[in-house]
Design a protein around this ligand. Sequence first.
Ligand SMILES: Nc1nc2c(ncn2[C@@H]2O[C@H](COP(=O)(O)OP(=O)(O)OP(=O)(O)O)[C@@H](O)[C@H]2O)c(=O)[nH]1
Ligand SMILES: [Mg+2]
Length: 249
Amino acid sequence: MQNPHDDAAQGEVLVLLPTYNERATLPGTVAGLLHHLPAAHLLIIDDGSPDGTGRLADELAADPRVNVHHRSGKLGLGTAYSWGFQAAQDRGYRYVVEMDSDGSHLPAELPALLAAAEAGAGLVIGARWVPGGRIVNWPWYRRWISRTGTSVARIALRSSLRDLTSGFRVLDTRWVQRLELGALDSQGYAFQVETAWSLERLGCPITEVPITFVERTEGHSKMSVGIVWEALGGVLRWGWRLRFPHRDR
Ligand SMILES: Nc1nc2c(ncn2[C@@H]2O[C@H](COP(=O)(O)OP(=O)(O)OP(=O)(O)O)[C@@H](O)[C@H]2O)c(=O)[nH]1
Ligand SMILES: [Mg+2]
């Protein structure tokens, strides 16, 4: 299939792949990315996965397009992405990609997201809750949590975005520069909500591109009650500040 992206544009792309115990799915994700975006660079950020994902990542880094950053322990998805955003800026990439390593985000769909970034979006969200978006193999209660969560966030934050929690994204590093990375302190879904909403408020052009999200078939989800709670707490706090900017402290 003809790839819509020329090599020059892909050479400006750094794909961040945070991993924690993703031995079973990381090789397929990496192979898919190298196939669909042969000139992009990948950066795996592994938090000392007990299942040996870090060692496997080092083997995958035999390919010069793949690099690995090892951290000492499970420090959370948000800090992994903050570190990766900084690395993308320091290394001069134009676009930085957020993507799960568990098979839920399809490498074949990334070129369409990058095309939207090249068309001028500072943030491109691979969205499930837009026309054309799909979710494969989620039970009703996961759909309900995601739909309800994103609706509550939209209303509380007066956001026009449809999928604030999606973790499949392309960001233009010129817009990432405008985020205060050190001030982003949330982790799971809250990190995604916080970055998208902060960029929306800064006036960043944002495009939501429909994706097909596939529930992982191997490994284990790191979603927890704590992560949902953090997201809900964050959304309510930011929504409060938005309405009562002087009453917060
Ligand atoms: N480096 C690092 N990666 C993490 C951490 N927590 C999760 N990840 C990775 O972030 C991605 C998303 O985590 P998931 O467990 O799939 O969470 P999720 O996609 O919200 O949940 P599911 O839909 O159930 O899969 C995966 O690639 C994880 O391996 C962490 O603390 N550190
Ligand atoms: Mg996942």
